[in-house]
Design a protein around this ligand. Structure first.
Ligand SMILES: CC(C)(COP(=O)(O)OP(=O)(O)OC[C@H]1O[C@@H](n2cnc3c(N)ncnc32)[C@H](O)[C@@H]1OP(=O)(O)O)[C@@H](O)C(=O)NCCC(=O)NCCS
Length: 207
């Protein structure tokens, strides 16, 4: 593959399960719980996965799951992007960027007013994401540094849609929200927990 244009992205199918276990397991070698997260999310009716294929082989994956903003007027349905994985041998060729762009386009088609994720602003900032705090949206856990909670606002976004981001229960059931221990301390130190600063952040600190 020379460019991400050579990769095809399509909806995940049940027969992708074994290949996805391999790709996600290797991409998240330090976070083996992400494989179980993916497999549990895949059983939800409000969650959709997409795979990137090169020569018909699964080499990357992204998932969107329904979440909410707990706004004052009402709950607002949004989408949460997690996890995102590219097989190590296929990284740094634009596949991550292509998968994120595909997910945002799907979220737009879906009609939600915004899509959110927790991740490294040094990576996602270049892809057009910005701190959710700029939209008045707070992270679902105090264990997500404020700059790591990021958003893309879509055409339906309105200024009253402010409040706490709420994740689907699967993320909580599997304890896959934010960071703990040393990794949280490192992310807080590099990102700050308040005003955005993203210069020397950790790689792969979030799902
Ligand atoms: C993050 C990930 C999906 C990116 O996939 P990818 O296909 O390599 O992404 P792209 O090709 O679009 O971009 C690669 C570039 O981003 C950079 N990059 C990757 N992670 C980064 C980070 N956390 N901060 C800054 N830059 C980062 C790479 O160094 C590379 O830079 P280069 O083009 O100068 O070589 C992939 O590295 C991965 O699966 N990592 C392990 C799992 C993970 O961390 N998932 C995301 C959690 S939020």
């Amino acid at each position: 593959m020379n460019s991400p244009d050579d990769a095809a992205i399509r909806r995940q199918r049940p027969e992708d399960a074994a290949a996805l276990r391999d790709v996600i397991g290797r991409a998240f070698e330090a976070d083996p719980e992400v494989v179980a997260l993916e497999e549990t999310l895949a059983r939800r009716s409000d969650s959709t996965g997409y795979v990137a294929l090169v020569d018909d082989r699964v080499v990357g994956h992204v998932r969107l799951t329904r979440g909410w903003i707990d706004a004052e007027a009402r709950l607002v349905e949004v989408l949460v992007l997690s996890p995102l994985s590219v097989a190590p041998e296929w990284q740094s060729r634009g596949l991550g960027r292509a998968l994120v762009a595909h997910a945002v386009a799907e979220a737009k088609r879906n009609g939600v007013p915004a899509v959110f994720l927790e991740g490294d602003p040094a990576y996602y900032g270049r892809l057009g994401w910005r701190p959710a705090s700029e939209l008045g949206v707070t992270p679902p856990s105090a264990r997500i540094p404020i700059p790591a909670c990021q958003a893309v606002e879509l055409p339906g976004w309105e200024p009253w849609m402010r409040g706490a981001l709420v994740y689907a229960d699967t993320f909580w059931a599997l304890d896959c929200v934010g960071l703990r221990g040393d990794r949280l301390a490192r992310a807080r130190a590099s990102l700050g927990d308040g005003a955005a600063s993203s210069s020397s952040s950790q790689r792969g600190t979030h799902r």
